[in-house]
Design a protein around this ligand. Structure first.
Ligand code: PBG
Length: 326
């Protein structure tokens, strides 16, 4: 037995203390944004069937939940509204109507939790009778004609107290148009986290259940990106960078870790990744069946997204992660 192995990587894995020293990537509640759903009514806390542990809250129960969530150290939420069919129309007029559920909720939340960063979604789909992110005419999803609606929505959300706006429709010219509208109204401090690279993905299914917002016809392939492409991601990210985005997002996260890495290598803005509803649902379903250790799978998943290069992760696991750390 004279064989000598001078370089032994296992030495750096021999104890928990040494493993902690050698750990390259970290994950903290500071990195997370918690997406949450609001619905009309009071006393409502209805679980999204395909997203165990995630609820549509009415404002009163949402405020109770936010007390818990902020006490756990979560510093940012991304709020999405669920509107009933009768509130939806072709022009998504409900999205900027004074007194509407979503805007009132933002105001109340900002008032009660002034230190919580509030992120919003700027897209037509939750308010659109067509279930598309843009204005539909003769079966076509229009690009420029949607801009004015989005600008009204954006300014109304800023006025209601939003800190970070998330234009999520993946169409052209959004960030620049919204930036100009915000600045013209004096909201120069309101940030934009652009859904820069958002793919036409099967993994949004549970989210569309949560909001009843699935497209009424066709799919979103003329605006969301082809999952086969990564060079195109650089074009999208570059445009949003030029147009003034403060954060660049990749969505979904897990099937697109290479895209996260590519963006992180090419842009100096903070990169965010959206660990979407279907990614959450897969782990939850397997854990409920006893097929996976849910906590470990969650931690490994979130760490992989950070390791790929995302500084920020939007994730339905945020509260569970925070509870594990507490
Ligand atoms: C739509 C929007 C979607 C999500 C966030 N904003 C759905 C879609 O593009 O169809 C998905 C989030 C998730 O699946 O968790 N503007």
């Amino acid at each position: 037995m004279s064989y000598s192995i001078p370089r032994r990587p296992r030495r750096n894995r021999q104890s928990s203390a040494i493993r902690a020293l050698a750990q390259e990537t970290t994950l903290s509640v500071n990195d997370l944004i918690y997406p949450m759903f609001i619905v009309e009514g009071s006393g409502v806390r209805s679980e999204v069937k395909s997203m165990p542990g995630i609820y549509r809250h009415s404002l009163d129960t949402l405020l109770e939940e936010l007390k818990e969530v902020t006490d756990l150290g979560i510093k940012c939420i991304d709020l999405f509204p669920n509107y009933s069919e009768d509130k939806k129309d072709k022009y998504a007029t409900e999205s900027y109507r004074e007194g509407t559920l979503y805007l009132d909720a933002l105001k109340t939340i900002k008032d009660k939790f002034p230190d919580l960063a509030l992120m919003t979604d700027v897209a037509m789909d939750p308010y659109s009778s067509d279930g598309h992110d843009g204005l539909v005419e003769n079966g076509k999803i229009l690009n420029d004609e949607t801009l004015d609606i989005l600008a009204k929505m954006a300014v109304a959300q800023a006025r209601a107290g939003a800190d970070i706006l998330g234009p999520s429709d993946m169409m052209d010219g959004r960030v620049g148009f919204i930036r100009e509208a915000l600045d013209a109204e004096g909201f120069t401090d309101v940030s934009i986290m652009s859904y820069s690279v958002k793919y036409a993905s099967a993994f949004y299914g549970p989210f569309r259940d949560a909001l009843d917002s699935a497209p009424r016809f066709g799919d979103k392939k003329t605006y969301q990106m082809n999952p086969a492409n990564v060079r195109e991601a650089l074009i999208e990210a570059e445009l949003d960078y030029q147009e003034g985005a403060d954060f660049l997002m990749v969505k979904p996260a897990l099937a697109y870790l290479d895209v996260i890495k590519t963006l992180n290598q090419n842009f100096d803005l903070p990169i965010a990744a959206y660990n979407v509803s279907g990614e959450y649902a897969m782990i939850k379903a397997a854990a409920q069946n006893g097929w996976l250790d849910g906590d470990r799978a969650m931690l490994e998943t979130l760490m992989s997204i950070r390791r790929a290069g995302a500084k920020i992760i939007l994730t339905y696991f945020a509260k569970e992660f925070a509870l594990l750390q507490a």
